[in-house]
Design a protein around this ligand. Structure first.
Ligand SMILES: *[C@@H]1O[C@H](CO)[C@@H](O)[C@H](O)[C@H]1NC(C)=O
Ligand SMILES: *[C@@H]1O[C@H](CO)[C@@H](O)[C@H](O)[C@H]1NC(C)=O
Length: 326
């Protein structure tokens, strides 16, 4: 009897260990493709030289991927006649093609190396590329955890209610992030990604022209910023005209995003409310005045984001083409 119990104990220990080894690690590809990070970085660098949009587009793609069914590259899947995929849901955050192209280019570079061919998941390529665009835009460089598998499903329906909207307030954002195991602090840190990138005029019309039935302009928007926004986005402008998320240093990953909020220069309600709401305001003030601390906290939140809904074992595989299931 004692032996049987011991065996059971050993068996359960073994299973637990197996689970642990199936988790993410920093040197996951050390045996199969030891240069994976350098190969991806070179591809990302080349792509940025072609177009700066690579940077915000890749960062946004990662966020979108992780928030819908976990970081499993399900956002990369193209729709087919039988399946409308994630990327074609109207909430696709106006994902720019450059984010997808970054992953495709990096995958091509990996596939050109014999031992790396079809060894690295698209989800991991996107994770590495995202770290690199942050760093190449002047942000921190951090170690990424690897070992994700690519997801086996991608549907537009699954996007519903998973992504933040520009009109969300701190309560709504906090509960959305909580569904992914991310705290309010993580939410405020990851919102800092709006230090880069752009949005379309249609998403700010309500704040500068018809806030509510009695007030035309959202009173939390800085007066000069209102004038600038109305200049870039006149009433009859093409609603898809692009405006910078960070009006001050749009091409630099920095903590100026939080300084902007202190001055009423958050582009969306979902940005500015971080400063309006008394629960998030102290953190905004802290990061506005301490770039180093912001960088550290951003990195911690990115690593937490990278663990969301990760697939291992038979729940995923390594796609040969990031845009299609094997
Ligand atoms: C986003 O979704 C819309 C449909 O709602 C689609 O027309 C557009 O192509 C999608 N964007 C990307 C990058 O797939
Ligand atoms: C419109 O917004 C202003 C400023 O926030 C507020 O004082 C006012 O009560 C709002 N009016 C309506 C009808 O909601």
């Amino acid at each position: 009897m004692a032996t049987k119990n011991l065996l059971l104990l050993l068996l359960s220990l073994f299973l637990t260990l197996n689970l642990v080894t199936a988790q993410l690690s920093r040197n996951f590809y050390a045996g199969s493709c030891p240069n994976v990070e350098q190969i991806v970085r070179n591809a990302v660098q080349q792509k940025i030289q072609q177009t700066f949009t690579t940077i915000p587009a890749t960062l946004r793609l990662y966020f979108h991927d992780c928030f819908v069914n976990g970081c499993d590259a399900s956002v990369m899947i193209a729709s087919t006649d039988n399946n409308k995929a994630e990327k074609d849901h109207p909430d696709n955050l106006s994902l720019a093609g450059d984010g997808f192209d970054t992953v495709i280019k990096a995958k091509q570079a990996l596939d050109a190396v014999a031992n790396c061919r079809n060894k690295v998941s698209c989800a991991d390529i996107l994770t590495i590329a995202t770290r690199d665009v942050v760093n190449l835009a002047g942000g921190p460089r951090y170690e990424v955890e690897l070992g994700r598998r690519d997801g086996l499903s991608s549907t537009a329906d699954s996007v519903e209610g998973k992504l933040p909207h520009p009109t969300d307030n701190v309560n709504q954002l906090t509960s959305l992030f909580a569904k992914n195991g991310l705290s309010r602090k993580d939410m405020i840190a990851l919102s800092g990604a709006h230090t880069l990138g752009f949005a379309h005029c249609k998403l700010v019309f309500n704040r500068i022209y018809n806030f509510n039935s009695t007030t035309q302009v959202d009173p939390t928007v800085n007066k000069d910023y209102v004038a600038a926004l109305q200049g870039s986005c006149p009433r009859n402008v093409d609603p898809s005209v692009a405006i910078n998320m960070d009006p001050t240093t749009p091409r630099q990953f920095d903590n100026v995003y939080y300084q902007n909020l202190q001055q009423g220069k958050g582009l969306f309600t979902s940005d500015q409310d971080l400063f309006t709401d008394s629960r998030s305001k102290p953190i905004v003030n802290l990061w506005a005045s301490n770039a180093k601390l912001f960088n550290q906290d951003f990195v911690n939140s990115m690593i937490k984001l990278g663990r969301v809904g990760v697939k291992t074992g038979r729940n995923g595989n390594i796609r040969r083409d990031c845009g299609a299931f094997n």
